[in-house]
Design a binder for this molecule. Structure first.
Ligand SMILES: Cc1cc2nc3c(=O)[nH]c(=O)nc-3n(C[C@H](O)[C@H](O)[C@H](O)COP(=O)(O)O)c2cc1C
Length: 392
């Protein structure tokens, strides 16, 4: 069957390929996201207040990666129930030394979206955007050939001989993770042998292992069984297989799949992986936390972020921002004191500081963090304040 793939792969892969090959190994920091959405006005205030809130400033600092690649640090992302998540993946990108003059259409697929990603890498980052967690690239000591035909032969030989390529040493400590996603391109209707090397190298007993893969039209093959057997994991979940040409638009597919296996974005809204936050109002400094959500991480990239905020209803200060977050989720129409929220409809942020007889909001807001300091300063601000959000 493998011999029939070459022609098909060349055509299908060409659909996805769109960029130089060398970039995929390095330029991977910006997370994939969905289409941006816009809004005007304020989060929960009536329209009459909107114009006064439009002034805001946001200083865009460096684009931080939301992942920790090949991490060996203590896992710092977990689900609401405290589950720690690792997203490990293998891909041609990161495992191939492409010559400078290689013809892109003959080699690995790359997704272009504000950066260049290997196909499987792109899905890995989509998963991370949904549930958080750390990302780990599985890398062999010896890189694979850039030549597609040769690679097929190499893979065939590795499979026939049950050869397990050595992996690069990393300081990955698998023991800290409860749930491990394992991603890979389907090779010859199975996993690349490097994935088995990875599964053999670490102890997955007691963990949940969840496969995901990309392919060129023939599906996951026997790869899920291979992973269940090789990992000896306590649990394995149903995997996700995405055809390479569908990967750029697969965000909702990924989200639905995560939901179906009980690892939804809401479970990733972990307050146990919060980022310490500083809120400066004139000479007053408050502290708080940013949640470990894709939206909060995205907004954090604009820190230090100064917003011209106005008071409304004795309960909140709000102000517009001039960026369009992509990682939006369903919001809510109520608040707790201290909530820091983003409002898609009115494209602004708010800090809620007091419950009043008007606790119900007119539009949805998405909590991204919480002020943990005493909130009484908001009672004395006089209706307007320049408020700066930064990392503590
Ligand atoms: C050696 C090799 C074998 C492959 N075998 C299959 C296969 O059996 N079925 C399939 O649908 N795609 C197959 N593909 C295509 C890849 O699975 C697909 O292009 C994948 O999305 C590449 O992901 P990557 O860019 O992360 O490496 C194969 C590709 C290679 C290089």
């Amino acid at each position: 069957m493998r011999n029939n793939f070459k022609g098909l792969f060349s055509v299908l892969t060409a659909i996805v390929i769109a960029a130089s090959l060398t970039a995929c190994q390095n330029d991977t920091e910006q997370s994939p996201g969905n289409a941006s959405s816009q809004g005007t006005g304020t989060s929960s205030a009536p329209a009459s207040n909107t114009s006064s809130s439009s002034s805001s400033s946001s200083e865009s600092t460096e684009t931080n990666s939301t992942s920790s690649e090949n991490t060996g640090a203590a896992p710092d992302n977990s689900t609401e129930s405290g589950e720690k998540i690792l997203i490990a993946y293998f891909s041609r990108c990161g495992n191939t030394n492409y010559p400078d003059d290689v013809d892109a259409s003959a080699s690995a697929s790359i997704v272009v979206d504000n950066g260049r990603f290997g196909t499987t890498e792109y899905v890995a980052k989509m998963i991370q955007d949904e549930v958080g967690g750390d990302i780990h690239l599985i890398q062999t000591v010896n890189p694979y050939t850039a030549d597609f035909d040769e690679l097929r032969t190499v893979n065939h030989n590795e499979m026939s001989n049950n050869y397990l390529p050595d992996l690069k040493d990393t300081d990955l400590d698998i023991s800290g993770y409860d749930t491990v996603f394992v991603g890979y391109p389907v090779w010859a209707t199975d996993v690349p042998q490097a994935v088995i090397s990875f599964l053999n190298k670490y102890d997955f007993s007691g963990k949940t292992v969840i496969p995901f893969c990309t392919h060129d039209g023939y599906g996951a093959g026997s790869s899920y069984n291979t992973i269940a057997t090789a990992s000896k994991a306590q649990n394995t979940e149903n995997g996700l297989a995405i055809e390479a040409k569908d990967v750029p638009g697969a965000k909702s597919t990924v989200a639905s799949w995560l939901n179906s296996i009980g690892i939804s974005e809401s479970s990733g809204n972990s307050e146990s992986a919060e980022t310490a936050l500083k809120i400066t109002i004139d000479d007053v400094v408050l502290y708080g936390v940013l949640y470990d959500t894709a939206l909060a991480r995205e907004i954090k990239e604009y820190f230090p972020l100064t917003i011209s905020m106005v008071g409304f209803g004795g309960r909140e200060y709000y102000g517009g921002v001039d960026f369009y977050p992509q990682n939006l989720t369903d919001g809510q129409r109520n608040f707790e004191n201290g909530d820091i929220t983003y409002c898609e409809a009115h494209r602004n942020m708010a800090i809620f500081y007091a419950q009043t007889d008007n606790p119900n909001l007119s539009v949805d807001v998405i909590p991204i963090g919480k002020v943990t300091s005493d909130l009484s300063v908001f009672e004395t601000l006089g209706g307007h304040a320049e408020i700066t959000f930064s990392l503590a």
